[in-house]
Design a protein around this ligand. Structure first.
Ligand SMILES: C[S@@+](CC[C@H](N)C(=O)[O-])C[C@H]1O[C@@H](n2cnc3c(N)ncnc32)[C@H](O)[C@@H]1O
Length: 241
C-alpha cells in the first residue's frame, strides 16, 4: 500500500522520468492535476482516474484530496498521484506526503522535471550563465496568507528570478522589484505552455510586464538571462523538438 507521488514534468511526455512512465503504465488508479493531463495517455486505459485539478487550490479542497489519497492507499491498489512538474516544487506534494504519513499510509516521491528550470530551457534561456547570472531563485507569484514574498529583498540579490503562478500579480511584482532597485529595463521572458506544441515565449521588460498579455500556465524569468534565446544560435535543438 504505497501511494506514489509522481512528477509528470512540464507537459511533453518525453520528459517523464523512466520510473514515472513505468508507474503510470502499471497504475490501477491515477489521481491527477490539470497540468499533468498531457501525459495521461501513457496510463493504462483500464486505470480508474480522478481529476482533482478543476478547483482552486484552497485548503479545504486540499484536505479532500488528502482524504481521497488515504482511502485509495488503504485499498492496496497501485495508486499514482500525478502532479505537474515536480511534486515538491509548489505542488503541495509535501502536504500530501505528511497527510499520508499521519494516516499510516506509505508513500514514495518520484521527482519530476520542474517547469521552473525546463520552461526557461525550452525557450533557450539558461537560468544561470557564467558572467551573467550566478544564482537562481524560484518563487511563487501567488499572493495568499502563506506567502509573504519580500520582492524588494529579492531584487537586491542579483539572482535570476523564476516566478511560477505569477501572471495575475505581475504588475505588483514588477513594481516592487523596481522599488527594490532593479532597473525598469530589466529583461523578462514569459514562457507559456513550455515543451508543448502550443509553447510561446514573450520577451519584455519589468516596465512592460503589466501591459503584456499572458495566458496560463506561464513561467516568468526575470534578469539579464531573460534577454537570451540560445535557440537562435542555430546549434541547439529545443526541448521537445
Ligand atoms: C502549482 S505550480 C506547480 C509547479 C510544478 N510543481 C513544477 O514543478 O513545475 C503551477 C505553475 O507552474 C508553472 N508551469 C507549469 N507547467 C508549465 C508549462 N508547461 N509552461 C509554463 N509554465 C508552467 C506555471 O507558473 C504554473 O502557474
Amino acid at each position: 500500500m504505497t501511494v506514489h507521488l509522481v512528477g509528470s514534468g512540464p507537459g511533453d511526455p518525453d520528459l517523464l522520468t523512466v520510473r514515472a512512465a513505468r508507474l503510470l503504465r502499471n497504475a490501477e488508479v491515477v489521481v491527477h492535476d490539470r497540468l499533468a493531463e498531457p501525459v495521461l495517455a501513457l496510463a493504462s486505459p483500464t486505470a480508474a482516474r480522478f481529476d482533482v485539478g478543476k478547483h482552486r487550490g484552497d485548503s479545504a479542497y486540499q484536505a479532500e484530496i488528502n482524504t481521497l489519497l488515504i482511502e485509495l492507499g488503504r485499498t492496496g491498489l497501485e495508486v499514482v498521484r500525478l502532479k505537474g512538474g515536480d511534486p515538491f516544487v509548489f505542488g503541495r506534494g509535501g502536504e500530501e506526503a505528511l497527510a499520508l504519513s499521519a494516516a499510516g499510509v506509505d508513500w514514495q516521491v518520484v521527482p519530476g522535471v520542474s517547469s521552473a528550470i525546463s520552461a526557461p530551457a525550452a525557450a533557450g534561456i539558461p537560468v544561470t550563465h557564467r558572467g551573467v547570472a550566478d544564482a537562481v531563485t524560484i518563487v511563487t507569484g501567488h499572493r495568499s496568507k502563506g506567502h509573504r514574498t519580500d520582492w524588494e529583498a529579492l531584487a537586491a540579490t542579483g539572482a535570476t528570478l523564476v516566478v511560477l503562478m505569477g501572471a495575475s500579480e505581475r504588475a505588483e511584482i514588477a513594481r516592487r522589484l523596481v522599488a527594490g532597485g532593479l532597473a525598469p529595463s530589466t529583461p523578462v521572458a514569459a514562457v507559456h505552455d513550455a515543451t508543448l506544441p502550443t509553447q510561446r515565449t514573450v520577451h519584455t521588460t519589468l516596465d512592460g510586464l503589466a501591459d503584456t498579455s499572458l495566458a496560463s500556465p506561464v513561467t516568468l524569468v526575470i534578469g539579464p538571462v531573460a534577454a537570451l534565446d540560445l535557440t537562435m544560435t542555430g546549434t541547439m535543438t529545443t526541448v521537445g523538438a
